[in-house]
Design a binder for this molecule. Structure first.
Ligand SMILES: *Cc1c(COP(=O)(O)O)cnc(C)c1O
Length: 388
């Protein structure tokens, strides 16, 4: 698709940054003057602020969300010989993190309505080697904390949250990041809280986990030039931390705007249910932070997903698919031994889902336009099928 033809993009970061541009520049300038580019003061300040905002104690900034998962699991002593349960319909980084920690990933199916991990399927996947479960708070909706606490209690395993899409999300009074032993966040630019490049963080309430992470991200050093384990180099840049800290106070408002937009989509899309347009369900009320707004074009619809996506594109409406191929069917992970048919809900969602434009600043008239465009193509296809 030609970029110049996009009228309503999937994501628009300019709208976020323009109004606070001078603040961002001041924050960057301050780091330039101080010159503490690696493990500097602005990083420490942001780590404390983000951990507190997530309802937990410690934050350890790392280079990406993927590293936050890999190093976070390692810091929780999850690795070789351990099985870790995760949903098949997540971004591959969740799976890569588990593999990089040296653990064995055990994929399970998701719930078809919410796209969140199916905890009953997870229960069936528990073995004596299961050490942890990774609930992915997909699209910005938390997996039920109450159910996760029960699950962890019943099977005596750890919960490690993948909160890469769920900054400040809430459910049952808990914040994303405060449910498990630790949680991974990503600050990839388009996430709800995004840096000007890559970044990530692990948050935890456990001082030992935090301390181990501080070593792991810094070559395994307990003090300068004393290395007590095989760590790596994975730090959140001071500059990125300064940018993120400047943006953090706006995040609640941005998330609220996303929620409002989602509620408008819900309302306006409701009449299209008979045309097989079914939004992914929100079971967590106002705590959903809608990193993405995702609909299903189900088997009763007169139009196919790809056809609809192409038609919307010709009208300048950009959409996405998160994600078209579930982890177990990715070529890189064939050796895990899964095959087509193993996770029917995840596979079906991969074929049916479509992410609609969603970002703070998306106007209500744009939402109307997107929904009207979908309705138009639905009725055109419906009429065509009536001709036969
Ligand atoms: C973005 C994302 C990650 C990976 O984060 P990066 O910062 O891109 O490495 C992991 N899990 C999920 C669910 C994500 O959306």
């Amino acid at each position: 698709m030609n970029n110049t033809n996009i009228r309503i993009p999937l994501v628009d970061l300019h709208l976020q940054h323009q109004p606070i541009q001078s603040q961002l520049q001041l924050a960057i300038q301050a780091v330039l003057e101080k010159g503490d580019f690696v493990l500097g003061q602005a990083l420490k300040d942001f780590e404390a602020a983000f951990a507190a905002a997530s309802g937990t104690e410690y934050g350890v900034g790392v280079a990406s969300g993927t590293d936050a998962i890999a190093l976070g699991l390692q810091a929780c002593d999850i690795g070789m010989g351990d099985e870790v349960i995760l949903p098949a319909n997540t971004f591959v980084a969740t799976l890569i993190g588990v593999l990089r920690a040296g653990a064995k990933p055990i994929l399970v199916d998701c719930d078809e309505q919410t796209a969140l991990i199916d905890l009953e399927a997870a229960a069936r996947a528990v073995t004596p080697r299961t050490k942890a479960i990774i609930p992915v708070h997909l699209y910005g909706q938390m997996v039920s904390p109450k159910k996760l606490f029960d699950f962890a209690d019943t099977y005596k395993i750890l919960v490690f949250e993948d909160a890469a899409q769920a900054h400040l999300a809430q459910r049952d009074g808990y914040r994303a990041g405060s449910v498990g032993i630790a949680a991974a966040f990503s600050f990839y630019p388009s996430k709800n809280l995004g840096a000007f490049g890559d970044g990530g963080m692990v948050v935890t309430r456990d001082p030992d986990v935090a301390e181990k992470l501080i070593r792991l991200r810094n070559y395994g050093a307990s003090q300068k030039y004393v290395h007590i384990e095989v760590g790596t180099n994975s730090r959140l840049d001071t500059l990125q931390a300064a940018v993120l800290h400047s943006k953090l106070p706006y995040l609640p408002e941005w998330n609220r705007k996303r929620l409002n937009t989602a509620q408008q989509y819900d309302t306006e899309l409701a009449p299209l249910a008979s045309g097989g347009i079914i939004p992914i369900q929100n079971h967590s009320g106002e705590g959903h932070v809608y990193h993405l707004y995702v609909i299903r074009i189900d088997e009763t619809s007169p139009i196919e997903r790809q056809q609809l996506q192409e038609k919307l594109a010709t009208m300048g409406i950009q959409t996405g698919i998160h994600y078209p191929i579930p982890c177990h069917l990715q070529p890189a992970f064939i050796n895990l031994g899964y095959e087509a048919g193993d996770f029917p809900h995840a596979e079906k969602l991969g074929q049916q889902i479509l992410s609609l434009p969603m970002y703070p600043g998306l106007t209500s008239s744009h939402v109307k336009e997107v929904v009207a465009a979908i309705a138009l193509h639905l009725s055109t296809e419906q009429q065509k099928s009536l001709c036969f």
